[in-house]
Design a protein around this ligand. Structure first.
Ligand code: DSN
Length: 410
């Protein structure tokens, strides 16, 4: 690597990050490890190319090869999600995909109804801090006391507020989405229905989570969470809505597409079409079940009492420490999680009363259900002994040994 000689500061930071990823147990639910092939595509000469427009209709010359790449990416994305009709693979992120859908579907000031941020929703689903909450009038539904989406409440809010668009999907929701029920609510009030499946895309693609296709007008996702591709996004739409969506991506919200990332998306989609990807996703779910069971046995309360997907939320509202404290303690023993708000949150988003734990990354490095139960014990041991340095040292040693037995694949 010539960066090592030419730019040692950057090289050292990159190597330190490589080491961190190898030495620590990654339980952030939205992260994963890509394959060497995906990395190779991202580090390719395709980054040199401007290709504004779509395959066959570009604003630049010399696009004949990147056209092939983008066409393959689109074809594979459609093949991956049964029932999908059209896709734009250019969004640089999930946030960009959502911004493009809003631009395509809404006029400024129209109402969107999405899941409340502190109840597991996403900033781009109408938070006042995000353009979705500034350009549009945002109203929100919440989860019920059992931590599940209350469809009667959604219907009641929808009938009162008459949203032009209903957003579904979440950043921190451990249960299945009932898109058929949301479709009927959207139809009752004449709303457009959108699913943001960023978290569960890999599960949806493999039939292990209900699919929004056939129910939703638009579907957005990131490509780097359970889908295990490069950092990026994409947006699907019904065939008749694709022209508007394509213009909303470019020139509406983005300039030139990142062709190296689109190549990496295509490579990841090929991997996800392989039967081994379904085996992987099944293990992601089995590991989440094993962790949820063991954490509960160890006395932790999980929002909604468990999980149907790849993540769980540990509710620390009654604990003598915050989500921020828990994140820091687990960081000390080499377990990476993120603090997270929980329903009825009393603390600020910088402190929080919960942590979010997910299994996609640990499953990619080969940990199985027995390991997942043990990881839950290590989390519990660390939090229960957060003020006992020697106990934390012992947990850290076991985490390092576990990581050494399961190297990061790429
Ligand atoms: N930041 C992502 C997550 O962690 O869920 C959502 O965009």
């Amino acid at each position: 690597m010539s960066i090592a000689r030419q730019d040692p500061e950057i090289f050292q930071a990159m190597e330190a990050e490589r080491f961190r990823q190898q030495e620590e147990l990654e339980l952030i639910a939205s992260e994963n490890y890509v394959s060497a092939d995906v990395l190779e595509a991202m580090g390719s000469v395709l980054t040199n190319k401007y290709a504004e427009g779509l395959p066959g209709k570009r604003y630049y010359g010399g696009c004949q090869h990147v056209d092939v790449v983008e066409e393959i990416a689109r074809t594979r994305a459609i093949a991956l999600f049964s029932g999908s009709e059209g896709v734009n693979v250019q969004p640089h992120s999930g946030a960009q995909a959502n911004a493009a859908v809003y631009l395509a579907a809404l006029k400024a000031g129209e109402t969107i109804l999405g899941l409340d941020l502190s109840n597991g929703g996403h900033l781009t689903h109408g938070s006042p801090a995000n353009s979705s909450g500034k350009l549009y009038r945002a109203v929100h539904y919440k989860v019920d006391d059992g931590g599940r989406i209350d469809l009667d409440q959604v219907r009641e809010i929808a009938q009162r507020e008459r949203p032009r668009l209903i957003m579904t999907g979440a950043s921190a929701y451990p249960r299945h989405w009932d898109w058929a029920a949301f479709r009927s609510i959207a139809d009752e009030v004449g709303a457009i229905l959108v699913a943001d499946i960023a978290h569960v895309a890999g599960l949806v693609a493999t039939g292990l989570h209900p699919t929004p296709f056939g129910h939703c007008d638009y579907v957005t996702t990131t490509t780097h969470k359970t889908l295990r591709g490069p950092r990026g996004g994409m947006a699907f739409a019904r065939a008749d809505l694709m022209k508007g969506l394509n213009s909303a991506v470019f020139p509406g919200t983005q300039g030139g597409p990142l062709m190296h990332v689109i190549a990496a998306k295509a490579v990841a989609f090929r991997e996800a079409l392989d039967p081994s990807f379904t085996v992987y996703q099944r293990q992601v779910l089995a590991n989440a079940q094993a962790m949820a069971t063991r954490l509960t046995e160890r006395g932790f309360r999980l929002v909604s009492g468990g999980t149907d997907n790849h993540l769980m939320l540990i509710d620390l509202s009654d604990a003598p420490y915050s989500g921020k404290d828990a994140e820091a303690v687990l960081g000390q023993v080499g377990i990476t999680v993120n603090k997270n708000t929980v329903p009825n949150e009393k603390r600020s988003p910088f402190v929080t009363s919960g942590i979010r734990v997910g299994t996609p990354a640990m499953t990619t490095r080969g940990l199985g259900t027995e390991d997942a139960g043990r990881v839950a014990d290590l989390i519990a041991d660390a939090l229960d002994n957060r003020e006992a340095p020697s106990r934390l040292d012992a947990v850290r040693a076991e985490v390092h040994a576990l990581c050494a037995r399961h190297p990061v694949p790429a």
